[in-house]
Unconditional design. Structure first.
Length: 190
């Protein structure tokens, strides 16, 4: 039951993008098409879960025993950068169209504050390794949910008669704000 509450709270109540406002750059930048949003969600989920496991283990078995916990941020960034490079190489080999669609946003996963934020939050919240993995997966689901909803709405808006001044970024920001308000409405549930 504890893990179900953690999942619901992380995906809906404390959505990493819509309530904690981490990862706004890829949220707005890759949400033009649902297909691209799905690809980015998969890439971020993969990197986020792996980086959370790796950074947790590095923290517990290297940084704390050596008394250098103050090095966690730089260490986490190095671990995340290595994992992103691995994902980039794999995507280039497996799915060239997705690799092209993600473009500059793929290497930017390294600096995506959702990935680093989750790695730091699991230590701050004093989670176990299993709780950390569940938290990372839940944050990935929440990130993906927000990204896919925004991409779907943006695709629909391309077919609608939208005033010229509201096309593109203005409508995306308004939609993102409305989504954030909607997700904040879940805070009374859990």
């Amino acid at each position: 039951m504890e893990y179900i509450i953690l999942i619901i709270a992380t995906v809906f109540v404390n959505n990493i993008v819509l309530t904690q406002f981490l990862g706004i750059c890829p949220f707005l930048g890759v949400s033009n098409k649902v297909q691209t949003a799905l690809g980015m969600t998969g890439a971020v989920a993969f990197v986020q879960v792996l980086s959370t496991v790796c950074t947790y283990l590095v923290h517990v078995y290297v940084l704390v025993p050596l008394g250098i916990s103050f090095m966690q941020t730089i260490t986490y960034i190095l671990v995340i950068a290595a994992l992103v490079q691995m994902v980039e190489i794999v995507l280039k080999k497996i799915s060239q169209p997705l690799y092209q669609a993600l473009g500059i946003f793929l290497p930017l996963i390294t600096t995506n504050c959702t990935v680093l934020g989750v790695a730091l939050l699991v230590i701050q919240k004093d989670f176990t390794l299993v709780q950390s993995v569940v938290y990372a997966i839940s944050n990935s689901l929440g990130f993906g949910l927000a990204l896919i909803i925004l991409a779907g709405i943006r695709e629909q808006l391309e077919l609608a008669d939208v005033p010229e001044a509201m096309k593109g970024v203005p409508s995306s920001l308004i939609i993102a704000g409305i989504l954030a308000l909607a997700f904040m409405g879940f805070s009374g549930i859990v």
